[in-house]
Structure formats: C-alpha cells, structure tokens
Design a protein. Structure first.
Length: 103
C-alpha cells in the first residue's frame, strides 16, 4: 500500500470516529498565475487536525511499512515532543487511531 493510500484510510477512519483530520501539504506550489504559494514548511506532518472531545491539536506523519523519516521530519518530531500536542508516526489507520486516542 502506498503512503497516499494509507493516508486516505487514516483520514476516513479518524473522521468516522468524530476526530477531524485533514491532509496537509508542505513545500510550495505554482498557481495558475505563475506565482508560488508557500504551504506548510518542509517536514510538517501529512495529517493535521484535532481530537474529538477535548479539541487537542493532532499531527500525524504517515509512512509505509518500510518508510523512514527524512531529516526535516525528524526535526519536527523532536520539536513536537516538547509541545502539548498529539504527534506520532502511523503506518496504518489502527496506529493513527491509537496515537489520537492515546491507546
């Protein structure tokens, strides 16, 4: 399964359970007018949102079974661990739900 497929399943499962997650894009894209639009910074996780119930900020990095964090992603992970947020790396919808719900 690709990272994109895993991400779609995570978004579906989390939102089905009442949490709110969206896909986040990092880097920059060129718009129709030829201008570049800056998105989230490099290393920002794939999914962003909040947990049902307490509204706690959630960011999930999605990886395949063999996927590894890039340098920028490792830097974000280190920072995230110092913050009062929910952060984790998920390789399946089940892992993402466990991260979000603290299981």
């Amino acid at each position: 399964m690709t990272e994109s497929e895993i991400q779609s399943l995570i978004l579906l499962e989390a939102n089905k359970r009442g949490h709110r997650l969206w896909r986040s894009n990092a880097g920059r894209v060129k718009n129709e007018a030829g201008y570049y639009v800056k998105l989230f910074p490099k290393g920002f996780p794939d999914c962003v949102g909040f947990r049902k119930g307490d509204g706690k900020f959630v960011v999930i990095e999605v990886k395949t079974e063999k996927g590894r964090l890039r340098k920028e992603q490792k830097k974000f992970a280190e920072w995230a661990k110092t913050q009062p947020i929910i952060y984790g790396v998920a390789r399946s919808p089940e892992e993402a739900i466990a991260i979000i719900e603290g299981l």
